[in-house]
Design a protein around this ligand. Structure first.
Ligand SMILES: [Zn+2]
Length: 85
């Protein structure tokens, strides 16, 4: 690989890695409110409203699953696997 191409590939890999890190940082924790009645049931401190169920109602699970999907879609190809093709 010519040195110039190698530099470009290295720069692109760094960029992809930065974008992946930014995506990971966008993951959310469950909503917490001082008045625990309004907290998400999946927050570690729980929700005081027992009628709200046990599922996430703040959108964090949905958002984090979406981010996981994006990360999986844009997962870097394993170098050894790529060489074997
Ligand atoms: Zn939640």
């Amino acid at each position: 690989m010519p040195a110039e191409t190698e530099t470009t590939v290295t720069a692109l890999r760094a960029e992809v890695s930065r974008l992946r890190a930014a995506l990971k940082k966008s993951k959310r924790s469950h909503y917490y409110c001082e008045d625990a009645w309004y907290s998400c049931p999946k927050h570690p401190e729980g929700c005081a409203n027992e009628y709200t169920g046990k599922d996430c109602n703040c959108g964090a699970d949905r958002w984090n699953a979406y981010v996981d999907g994006l990360l999986a879609e844009a997962a870097p190809r394993d170098e050894t696997t790529a060489e074997q093709r």
